[in-house]
Write a protein that binds this ligand. Structure first.
Ligand code: UT7
Length: 331
């Protein structure tokens, strides 16, 4: 019997309607469209509006559409993993809320937090359930409502982040397509450069933490930038070398969308031309766990069965990694 691999068989994305442009940010903080565009590549990002709306609402929309595209009922999903740093609640898991909202009654579900590398970690975790034969329809959601933890008076962070996400379905494949290899890394000493200071068990919410704005993303931009450029490029080159892939063999690079300059450096290090790089940062900014599935969703029609695709990300933790996929279908 041939070996079972885990292949993506459908992709879907969701972004909220409200568009926060650089022009609007110019009216809120001391910045310019020119500065944001040249330093990050971002022109606009989406914001989820509405009382009580959370990441699960966007995730549920993405998964509902995913099931329709694949022609399956949500009840056929065996497992759903939601990768997010902006869970609706501290508990229960956002994944539990999504499965309830869509009627995925037969799935067990849990959250996974690896910040901007969350979707990569989730995909690798999910693939093990499929490869082992224990689960046949596994959904990985990458979604974040970053606007819920962003200080819109802090011009160094509020310009980057946006809301949105996507989902993929993983199923067994007997043609050797799907996930081929992965390298995942983490280094908790990077914590100090990028984190949310309060709201967890170390510093629970109090009047003081709210007054001191400790519930927002704290990021030392330049330090994170340096680590991101080096590590995302290194791990992308490493997966190519490990698997003897040349730049010609690679059809697409799907990078985490944090800063266009980090993406350019990664593509250069791999020797991959700009025409092979998925880039939608100008429209969505950094949606944390959402960037990679949003790219796959937008480029799905251009992907061909057998294409070699490299996914790469770097983020809070620090966490980083790369995955080599052989795309499994023509749409
Ligand atoms: O996805 C998770 C991982 N996160 C990342 O990968 C983010 C990595 N970091 C970055 O993308 C960049 O560091 C930022 C986009 C956050 C900042 O860009 P930068 O080129 O590193 O800017 P900087 O922080 O070094 O600041 C340069 C100058 C400063 O002014 P002075 O001190 O040179 O006078 C800042 O005050 O730019 C100023 N500045 C701004 N000016 C206009 C910072 N933010 C802004 C702004 N508008 N929004």
């Amino acid at each position: 019997m041939s070996k079972i691999t885990a292949a993506i068989t459908a992709v879907n994305g969701y972004v909220p309607d409200y568009v926060l442009t650089n022009k609007e940010l110019e009216t809120m903080i001391d910045t310019t469209d020119e500065w944001i565009t040249s330093r990050t590549g971002i022109k606009e990002r989406r914001i989820l509006k509405g009382e009580g709306k959370g990441s699960s609402d966007m995730g549920a929309k993405a998964v509902e559409g995913l099931c329709k595209k694949r022609g399956i009922s949500p009840e056929e999903i065996d497992l759903l993993i939601c990768c997010t740093v902006t869970a609706d609640y501290i508990f229960p898991a956002t994944a539990n809320l999504i499965t309830d909202k869509i009627g995925a009654k037969n799935a067990f579900s849990y959250d996974l937090n690896a910040a901007c590398s969350g979707f990569l970690y989730g995909l690798v975790t999910a693939s093990k359930f499929v490869e082992s034969g224990s689960h046949k329809k596994v959904v990985v959601v990458g979604v974040d409502k970053m606007s819920s933890i962003i200080d819109y008076e802090d011009r160094t962070t509020c310009i980057i982040f946006g809301d949105g996400g996507g989902a993929v379905l993983l199923e067994p494949n007997e043609e050797g397509l799907g996930i081929q290899d992965s390298i995942l890394k983490s280094d908790g000493s990077g914590f100090q450069h990028l984190h949310q200071k309060a709201g967890g068990s170390a510093y629970p919410p109090s009047l003081e933490t709210v007054k001191s704005k400790l519930h927002y993303v704290y990021q030392e931009g330049q330090s994170v930038f340096k680590f991101a450029v080096t590590n995302m490029a290194d791990v992308s080159a490493e997966i190519m070398e490990k698997n003897k892939l040349t730049a010609d063999d690679v059809a697409w690079l799907v990078p985490h969308q944090a800063n266009k300059r980090i993406i350019d450096a990664t593509a250069r290090r791999m020797g991959v031309g700009d025409e092979k790089v998925m880039l939608n940062i100008e429209r969505y900014g950094n949606t944390t766990s959402g960037t990679i599935p949003l790219c796959l969703w937008e480029w799905e029609k251009q992907l061909k069965k057998g294409d070699n695709i490299i996914l790469a990300a770097f983020g809070g933790g620090f966490t980083w990694g790369s995955i080599w996929i052989k795309w499994a279908y023509n749409s």
